[in-house]
Ligand binder design. Structure first.
Ligand SMILES: [Cu+2]
Length: 113
């Protein structure tokens, strides 16, 4: 099969469009304060990469790390630094996240849309 130059040109344009389209990402910011996680509940869409930014604003709690057991994530949260946690929700339902000692509790609510 022989491709005409015009079909090659359309193919090139198509590839550019695919590569140029921004990847869909869902983002949220969670503050760790003296009250715990704010917000403590995050709604996420299934299958869409999630980028969660954690900022620990207090030294008064034990929230020095955040743990997502479902995703095998255990991330240290230095005081007043923005720390990004990324994963893609693979199952719908409710999944907890906690501090290292499970005293602070948050929840992911993953749904299909
Ligand atoms: Cu703790």
């Amino acid at each position: 099969m022989k491709l005409s130059s015009s079909s090659l040109a359309s193919l090139a344009v198509l590839l550019l469009v695919i590569q140029g389209s921004p990847q869909q990402v869902q983002e949220a910011t969670v503050r760790v304060t003296e009250k715990g996680y704010e917000p403590a509940e995050l709604k996420l869409r299934l299958g869409v990469p999630a980028r969660l930014t954690f900022v620990r604003e207090t030294d008064a709690t034990c929230g020095t790390e955040v743990v997502f057991p479902e995703y095998d994530i255990n991330q240290v949260l230095p005081l007043k630094e923005r720390v990004i946690v990324e994963f893609t929700p693979q199952k719908s339902g409710e999944f907890g996240f906690t501090c290292g000692m499970k005293m602070l509790k948050g929840k992911l609510v993953v749904a299909e849309n």
